[in-house]
Design a protein around this ligand. Structure first.
Ligand SMILES: *Cc1c(COP(=O)(O)O)cnc(C)c1O
Length: 456
């Protein structure tokens, strides 16, 4: 089972439950696992035909099975994963698209948020306490977290989003729920929202609020994100796996805060055969530059791109990735100890895809394969192509689609001239009343708001 340490290595190790409730470690580092169990080849072959909830249970029980009752974890997985996870083959290519966009908010963040809310609710109920979840979102986290926690007992949610950087539908997913969900529109960028949240967590005067995070900062978000890598692998390589082969695959991950990629790296630690991850980013190219040069420099301010959920100039999970490869990065992005760059480059390739390329890919993939990608998925596709061209590899490849095209109707209409069909989950919020607070990127104002609304 997992022991977790802080990436800053300046506080005691904890178990999963403690890390989940705390969110951030007391030394401001991120909790991350000190080592992972490993599935044998035989065990992997035995998991190949499982349905998604059973696969989730199998992977999660190996990681945190000592942290909640078996029956509870099973119930969490069945309740959280009651939607489709299609893996679509691209005709004539050795490429599959793993669709993580069929959950209730049509974003891959549903996978983590739904499991996490149910586990957290179990713990708060058990301990008889209340939590306030603070979350900064660049677009999709907010909606997924709000939906996952909406109506959950003992937990309130406060979501901060950059007022001018989210689409109308993304905003509505946060502002139409009400009840235990409060949305705040911040006059600034995602990084400003994240800075406010991080500062609140570090503020001793706010300890009375029992703050917790549901960001990709939280370890509870990451572990469930390792499951769909197994799922995608087993579907995409079905024939080979049925014949008993576990060939290494290439997996391209559209990346912003690198929580999705970290889930993939965890899956690899658990034994999933992955030849290469492609960290596909938009014009925020701090990571590919880091891989190339070994020198890390954030992009400040972050570039505003079409794939708006990936407009991140300093990925919060980078500290975890650096840690996994033997280095240390502090919360400002300063490298205190260089990771093993050779091993890092061996496992991960990274490519930056411009907005111009993103549009081109959406159009070209539709023309050639009649497959509609939205901007995040298009960045993933572009990164994969870049890697395949550079390496000449013919290994089976998977690229991840993280949102439904219907979340970007104006862009899809402009590039393809079609209206992507609206999933039922998104339809229902179109007519609901919106409610949200407005705030400048000012910590004192934010703190006053929190105290006024939540201290009692
Ligand atoms: C959050 C998000 C991403 C980026 O995921 P990270 O885990 O932050 O790297 C990509 N696509 C969509 C649609 C998202 O919502």
């Amino acid at each position: 089972m997992l022991t977790l340490h802080s990436t800053n290595r300046n506080c005691p190790d904890v178990d999963f439950k403690t890390a989940l409730i705390a969110g951030l470690a007391p030394d401001k580092g991120l909790y991350t696992a000190s080592g992972y169990p490993r599935f044998s080849g035989e065990e992997l072959l035995g998991m190949a035909m499982m349905g998604y909830p059973e696969l989730a249970y199998t992977v999660l029980s190996r990681l945190i099975g000592d942290q909640l009752p078996e029956a509870k974890l099973k119930e969490v997985c069945e309740d959280a994963y009651d939607f489709d996870v299609p893996v679509v083959g691209i005709p004539g290519e050795n490429v599959h698209v793993l669709h993580l966009d069929k959950g209730p908010t049509a974003s891959f963040k549903d996978f983590a948020a739904r499991a996490m809310s149910r586990i957290m609710s179990y713990y708060t109920e058990q301990d008889g306490r209340e939590l306030l979840i603070l979350t900064a979102t660049s677009g999709d986290t907010g909606g997924a977290v709000a939906s996952a926690f909406h109506g959950v007992k003992n937990i309130k949610v406060c979501v901060l989003y950059p007022a001018a950087e989210v689409s109308e539908r993304q905003r509505r997913q946060m502002t139409t729920l009400g009840g235990n969900v409060q949305a705040i529109a911040v006059d600034g960028k995602f990084d400003d929202c994240q800075a406010l949240v991080k500062r609140a967590f570090a503020d001793p005067e706010l300890a009375i609020l029992n703050l917790s995070s549901a960001n990709s900062i939280n370890i509870g978000r990451l572990l469930p994100q390792s499951v769909y890598y197994f799922w995608g692998y087993f579907r995409a390589l079905e024939g080979r796996v049925a014949a008993g082969a576990l060939d290494p695959a290439i997996i391209s991950v559209p990346s912003g805060n690198f929580g999705n990629l970290m889930g993939g790296l965890i899956a690899k630690q658990l034994g999933l055969p992955v030849a290469k991850f492609v960290a596909s980013v938009n014009e925020n190219d701090e990571f590919p530059k880091f891989l190339q040069s070994g020198t890390y420099q954030k992009v400040e301010p972050s570039a505003s791109c079409l794939s708006n959920a990936m407009n991140v100039g300093h990925p919060s999970n980078l500290a975890r990735i650096v840690d996994l490869y033997g280095g240390t990065m502090d919360h400002d992005g300063k490298l205190l100890k260089q990771p093993d760059m050779d091993r890092l480059r061996g496992d991960i390739f990274s490519a930056s895809i411009s907005d111009e390329e993103t549009r081109f890919i959406i159009e070209a993939v539709y023309q050639k394969y009649e497959h509609v990608l939205e901007p995040h998925g298009a960045v993933g596709w572009g990164g994969l192509r870049r890697y395949l061209d550079a390496s000449g590899s013919d290994a089976p490849a998977i690229t991840i689609e993280t949102a439904d095209p219907a979340k970007f109707p104006e862009l899809i209409q402009e590039v393809l001239g079609i209206d992507p069909p609206l999933p039922a989950s998104l339809k229902s919020m179109q007519k609901k009343q919106e409610a949200y607070a407005k705030m400048r990127k000012n910590y004192t104002a934010f703190k006053d708001f929190l105290v006024e609304h939540y201290a009692h």
